[in-house]
Design a protein around this ligand. Structure first.
Ligand SMILES: [Zn+2]
Length: 203
């Protein structure tokens, strides 16, 4: 009887220990690893660390376009503002950070507009985006940023990449043209918008 009780107590103690450990790991932002996709050669990266946001120039990083990285920042690194990106396959016990947006050297992008009409989207004028969603205001098309990427267009606000455009005008995954097609509800609005050159931040 006593043996059984000890076993149960042991199990409870172990379970509590594991729970606390897991909870601490997730609660402490220093233990989080955030995966970052490097889309194109960024000039600067915006970082959020412990609630503080700032921009770090590219010279602090060794980034290769198109590869996935884990971002790690040590406490000392944070103090000295030395950040490094470590390729995903390298095992690392050190820590984390969060990139909030990527600023490209040429941050002025070509912005155009479309609606779901025959003229704008033929032969894909079914109102469904390339990512398979019902098209609505707030969505944009770009041919190389992954679906779900948030882009902030100065003067227009934040949008989500959910659609693709004509390769002839919008490029491909290889030929990363800095252009965005903004969805609008009517053809009149889209036509009136025309083409603008605006500052874009990829978030
Ligand atoms: Zn249209």
């Amino acid at each position: 009887m006593r043996k059984a009780l000890l076993k149960i107590m042991g199990a409870v103690a172990l379970l509590t220990f594991v729970t606390v450990l897991v909870f601490t790991m997730f609660k402490n932002p220093l233990n989080k690893k955030v995966q970052v996709d490097v889309f194109s050669k960024p000039d600067k990266v915006n970082i959020s660390f412990n609630g503080i946001n700032y921009t770090t120039p590219l010279k602090h990083f060794k980034l290769e376009v198109g590869k996935k990285y884990l971002v790690k920042v040590s406490k000392e690194g944070y103090k000295n503002r030395k950040f490094e990106f470590v390729p995903k396959n390298i095992k690392s016990t050190i820590i984390v950070n969060l990139i909030t947006s990527v600023v490209f050297k040429n941050s002025i992008w070509k912005i155009s507009s479309y609606c779901s009409c025959f003229k704008c989207t033929y032969p894909y004028n079914d109102g469904i985006t390339a990512s398979g969603k019902k098209v609505k205001v707030g969505m944009v098309a770009n041919n190389w940023l992954p679906f779900g990427t948030k882009v902030f267009i100065k003067g227009l606000g934040e949008f989500t990449v959910e659609d693709r455009g004509n390769k002839k005008y919008f490029g491909t995954k290889e030929e990363k043209r800095q252009c965005i097609d903004v969805y609008m509800d009517s053809h009149k609005e889209a036509k009136e918008f025309g083409v603008k050159f605006l500052k874009v931040e990829v978030r």
